[in-house]
Unconditional design. Structure first.
Length: 165
């Protein structure tokens, strides 16, 4: 699948088949994440891949709007060292994961991490020092549900040539 198609057809998926994902595919998706741009090329990120069912259930229980992590075969957690632009950098890496996964026919949903009161609990659960900030958790798996209609603003509503108005 080409990049434009993957970007245009990606939608959040919250219902997954139980089918596992080959390790090589997961590694290639993380490879796409680590190639994301970052301020001063600091690459502040660390990616923790969770496949263990019990651990995913515990993660799901900690989140408020990420309960479906319990039933996604994989959860990728993105942490960043607390640099000035950690959130932008970690978000760029997160988006690369969503797009790369779509290109592999996989579904994803970005679950909030940064600013959430449960962030430090996720650090503790996966044994990563608190100097790493939780940016996002990504549920990953082969989609069971059909992607919902996108409900996006039209291009003409958001594009401005030369001036806002
Ligand atoms: C920063 C951020 C945090 C999000 N957190 C959650 C979340 O906690 N739970 C969830 O179900 N979806 C979460 N989402 C997914 C959004 O709900 C979703 O992207 C949005 O509704 C647009 O739908 P689409 O992804 O299908 O285009 C998050 C997305 C972003 C960018």
């Amino acid at each position: 699948m080409d990049a434009l198609k993957a970007i245009k057809e990606r939608r959040s998926i919250r219902d997954f088949n139980e089918q596992g994902i080959p390790k090589g595919v997961i590694e290639d998706i993380i490879d796409c994440a680590r190639l994301a741009p970052s301020a001063n090329n600091i690459q502040p990120w660390e990616f923790v891949v969770i496949t263990d069912r019990d651990l995913r259930k515990r993660i799901a229980d900690i989140t408020d709007y990420g309960k479906f992590i319990a039933t996604s075969p994989v959860c990728i957690i993105i942490f960043c060292k607390e640099t000035k632009y950690y959130l932008e950098d970690g978000s760029a890496a997160t988006e690369n994961i969503l797009i790369a996964a779509k290109a592999y026919g996989l579904g994803t949903c970005w679950v909030a991490g940064d600013k959430k009161p449960y962030a430090s609990q996720i650090n503790e659960l996966v044994n990563i020092p608190l100097k790493f900030k939780l940016v996002s958790l990504i549920a990953l798996g082969y989609p069971k549900e059909e992607a919902k209609p996108h409900g996006k603003k039209a291009l003409k509503e958001v594009i401005h040539w030369e001036k806002y108005q």
